[in-house]
Design a protein around this ligand. Structure first.
Ligand code: AHM
Ligand code: MG
Length: 341
C-alpha cells in the first residue's frame, strides 16, 4: 500500500521539531528556517486562492482598478518567499528561478549556515487558468559552515544528494506540502480554518511500478529515438495487462510528480532536438523533486545518470528528467541505452 494515512493529529512545526530533536547536535536553526518557509507557503496558499479576486493575476505592466501596478503572481510569490526568509539569521544566500542573480541576505541581518533555492511558482502556463500550481524548494548546508558572511554561487551549485531537505507545496483542490529531510517523505495538508499544515500521510512510498506516464507528447517528433521507442512500448497492450499505460499531463511539474508519487508510473521531460537539456531547471525543479522521489523509494534519472549525482555548473541550467517508480525509470533507461543515438 503506497498510502499510509496517519491517525496522529500533528502540525508540521511540531512534526519537524520532533524529528530534529532526535539529532543531538540540532541547534533549532533548521526548525526556525522551516517555520519561516511554511509561513511564506501559507501566505502563498492564501494569495493563490484569491488570485482571481484581487487583480493579482495579469501582466507586470498592467494596472489594477486602484491604478496600482499589478505584479504577476509568480513575481509576487518570489517576493513573499524572499521577505519571509531574508531576516531569520539561518540563511547565507538564496537563489530563485525568478531571479537572474543570487539573492544575498541584506547587510543588516545576520547570516546562517543554510542555503535556500526555490522555484516560487511552478506551472506558469497554468497560473491564469486556475489549474494546480506549486512552489518547489530545497535546502543545503553552506560549503564552509565557519563563515559568517554571505554565501556564494558555489554554495547553491551543490549536487542534489547534498540536499538537507527538499519539498514542494501544491496549490490544488487543497494545499498540500510534501517534505523530506532525508528520513522519508511526509505529506501535510493545509487547513485554512486554523491556518496550519496537518500531517496527512507519513512516510509515503511510491509504488514499484505504475500504469501512468506523464510527458508533453507534442514534443515527440523532436525526441531521441530511445524515448520514442519507450513511449510506443508503453502504448502497446500486453497479455499480462500491465500495458497500455494511461497518459496524464497537467503541465505543472509539481502536480505531475505529485500524482506519480501517489499512483506510481513515470514523469518525463526529455531532451529533444531543440532543447538539448530539456526544459526543467536542475537546481530549482529537478533536484528537489528527485530528492522527494528517491526518499519515497523511487528513482530519478537524466536518462543515463542519477539526477542527484549531477554536478550543477550554473544556477539556471536545465536537465532532462525521468522520475517515478523504480521499475519504470529503469525501463526508460534501458530503452535510451540501447538506442543507437
Ligand atoms: P515554469 O517554471 O515556467 O512554470 O516551467 C516549468 C513547467 C513545469 O512545471 C512543467 O512540467 C513544464 O514546465 C511544462 O512544460 P511544457 O509546457 O513544455 O509541457
Ligand atoms: Mg518552474
Amino acid at each position: 500500500m503506497p498510502l499510509v494515512k496517519t491517525s496522529k493529529l500533528i502540525t508540521i512545526e511540531r512534526h519537524i521539531s520532533e524529528e530534529h530533536a532526535l539529532h543531538p547536535q540540532a541547534t533549532g536553526e533548521f526548525s526556525r528556517l522551516l517555520r519561516d518557509l511554511t509561513l511564506a507557503l501559507r501566505i502563498l496558499a492564501r494569495d493563490v486562492r484569491r488570485a482571481g479576486l484581487n487583480d493579482v493575476l495579469g501582466l507586470t505592466d498592467e494596472t489594477n482598478v486602484h491604478g496600482e501596478r499589478v505584479k504577476r503572481l509568480d513575481i509576487h510569490a518570489n517576493d513573499v518567499i524572499i521577505r519571509a526568509m531574508d531576516h531569520g539569521g539561518h540563511l547565507c544566500v538564496m537563489a530563485s528561478e525568478e531571479s537572474d542573480a543570487l539573492i544575498q541576505i541584506p547587510d543588516e541581518y545576520s547570516k546562517g549556515k543554510y542555503v535556500l533555492v526555490f522555484d516560487p511558482l511552478d506551472g506558469s502556463s497554468n497560473i491564469d487558468v486556475n489549474v494546480s500550481i506549486g512552489t518547489i524548494f530545497s535546502v543545503y548546508r553552506r560549503l564552509d559552515p565557519t563563515l559568517t558572511t554571505g554565501g556564494n554561487v558555489e554554495d547553491c551549485l551543490q549536487p542534489g544528494y547534498k540536499q538537507v531537505a527538499a519539498g514542494y507545496a501544491m496549490y490544488g483542490s487543497s494545499t498540500q506540502l510534501v517534505y523530506s529531510s532525508g528520513n522519508g517523505v511526509d505529506v501535510f495538508t493545509f487547513d485554512p480554518t486554523i491556518g496550519e499544515f496537518l500531517l496527512t500521510f507519513e512516510k509515503i512510498r511510491i509504488p514499484r511500478k505504475g500504469k501512468i506516464y506523464s510527458v508533453n507528447s507534442g514534443n515527440a517528433y523532436k525526441w531521441h529515438q530511445g524515448v520514442r521507442d519507450y513511449v510506443a512500448h508503453l502504448l502497446r497492450p500486453s497479455d499480462d495487462g500491465l500495458r497500455p499505460y494511461s497518459l496524464r499531463y497537467v503541465g505543472t511539474m509539481v502536480a505531475d510528480v505529485h500524482r506519480t508519487l501517489h499512483y506510481g508510473g513515470i514523469f518525463m521531460y526529455p531532451a529533444d532536438s531543440m532543447l538539448p537539456s530539456g526544459k526543467l531547471r536542475l537546481v530549482y525543479e529537478v533536484n528537489p523533486m528527485a530528492f522527494i522521489i528517491e526518499q519515497a523509494g523511487g528513482m530519478a534519472s537524466n536518462g543515463t545518470q542519477r539526477i542527484l549525482e549531477l554536478e550543477p555548473e550554473s544556477l539556471h541550467q536545465r536537465s532532462p528528467c525521468f522520475m517515478g517508480s523504480p521499475d519504470d525509470v529503469r525501463e526508460v533507461e534501458s530503452f535510451i541505452n540501447s538506442s543507437p543515438e
